[in-house]
Design a protein around this ligand. Sequence first.
Ligand SMILES: Cc1cc2nc3c(=O)[nH]c(=O)nc-3n(C[C@H](O)[C@H](O)[C@H](O)COP(=O)(O)OP(=O)(O)OC[C@H]3O[C@@H](n4cnc5c(N)ncnc54)[C@H](O)[C@@H]3O)c2cc1C
Length: 578
Amino acid sequence: MYHKFDVVIVGAGGAGLMAAMQLPNASVAVLTKVYPTRSHTGAAQGGVAAALGNQEEDHWKWHMYDTVKGGDYLVDQPAAEILARDAIDAIYELEHRGLPFNRTADGRIDQRRFGGHTRNFGEGPVRRACYAADRTGHMLLQTMYQSAVKNQVRFFNEFLVLDLLMSEGRACGVVAMEIRTGEIHTFHAKAILFATGGYGRAWRVTSNAFACMGDGMSLAYRRGIPLQDMEMYQFHPTGLYKVGVLLSEAARGEGGKLLNGKGEYFMERYMPTLKDLAPRDIVSRCIIQEIKDGNGVDGKDYVYLDVRHLGAQTIAEKLPDITDFARNYLGVEPITEPVPIQPTAHYAMGGIPTDTDARVVIDGNWTPLIGFYAAGEVASVSVHGANRLGTNSLVDLIVFGRRAGKDIARFIAQSDHAPLPDKPDSTARELVERMLSSNGGESAAHVRNELQGEMLDNVFVERTERGLRHALDTIDGLQESYKRVQLQDKSKLFNTELVETLELGFLLDCAEATIHGALVRQESRGAHFRLDYPKRDDVNWLKHTLVYKGEKAHDVRLDYKDVILIDDPVFKPKERKY
Ligand SMILES: Cc1cc2nc3c(=O)[nH]c(=O)nc-3n(C[C@H](O)[C@H](O)[C@H](O)COP(=O)(O)OP(=O)(O)OC[C@H]3O[C@@H](n4cnc5c(N)ncnc54)[C@H](O)[C@@H]3O)c2cc1C
């Protein structure tokens, strides 16, 4: 079936919906593989950063400083400035749309502490995170979805996008499979925005929803667009032991502390100023160090998150959801018992490279691909550099989702639809047909399991050349196995096995790009920690990596892009001390 719109937005999370909001006069289709309010944005717990200064003095420049420093200087600084400045307006826009934030006694938006957010260029923690209990993302997504429905945005729910279309050097549409019927649809548009989120499911222990399979990154990658800084993947320090489900940093923002097997609050030893609220990459590494030193609980590979001293009332009022997670998944009562935790795969700092108007750029010279945009976790602007601060993703969604929408509005007013290529749906059709007719005997579950185990073993908090080479060989083999995957369900109607197998292909692409980035980057920076190169190396590595897809896992092409710094001594790269 053929559809024609001015704009196609793929993804109904925070980034996609924020962009849709900016296009009241255009015909806009939002395509989403899950029901909109099931997008992973709804799982965000702790908050959204903006220097409102409602609780104590704060400035956007302090927020920018924390973002740049937190990202270990791999941040494009003009983008970080936009993030910190625009955050304030974007939050008020959401407030006016009805987002039920927690309030101060005098009725303003309440703010809490979060890791790495400081006052006066690193002096001590500041209250910058606006929040709605520990379900900020849920409230944000519901508010935006209601606004979108009110504004007559056309939703195509449970449509799985399988291809990005290009002609005459421009993006001109997408091809999607309607999950309910298996029917293939072609969407023709002047502008396409990918807002498809992250790929945390590449690791066995992850905080990410089942839908976070890296679809958008992979689809762009398959069409010759590079992926940027994929080695920069964040592991959140506090996932529930073995399950990976997130216990928000809000727990530590409210005063929760990490406890080792010896009963020590060990972060005081590593980070005397910020203690448990140091940036996530640092806290994750401290946990791994404690475990290596034999200080895990009962000598095992986990430590505790302790919120007992906060008292039952604060826990019930400020942290209701996450304490329920501990009860339901581990049978632990956080009011009286410490909760077993370990680092969990959480967030992609890398992704499809864009400029600050969310336009996708395809090389080290910032050449744009006309008509193609990306925003949210799928994109790399790059405001998070080598490590994202807590609460800086939701703000990224609303700031750059908004900028994407505004630039798209400008662009579609000036341009026509580029023609579709011949047989536009052929690649997607072949992909589906091949999968349905394969009788190679391989199981998708097996391939997925191997992938997730390998990533956890060798592409986690600590990395080495040896481990990464092993991971690359494994991926190479898994890509071969993937070609032989045989489905048990060959029907077209609501074939979830088919959907999951197609998604697994996306995940393999993202894993491949991640490993290549990690292998070439012979330094340690932010979330990327190489045991064999433990120091940051600004002389050789203050640059973004770009990975271009090749035929096989081993033969990708690599390129590099300068990090944009501004001329202000405050933001000059220096050692990241806290
Ligand atoms: C448990 C958890 C807690 C978090 N807490 C916070 C927090 O407190 N503060 C903060 O700042 N950040 C937090 N984050 C990070 C933040 O929530 C995410 O980075 C962010 O929500 C991603 O939003 P997004 O709009 O980019 O994509 P998502 O919300 O993931 O949405 C992706 C959309 O793309 C669609 N899609 C994907 N692939 C396809 C396809 N092939 N075809 C069609 N549609 C497709 C999906 O259906 C979905 O609608 C948290 C993350 C997790 C996992």
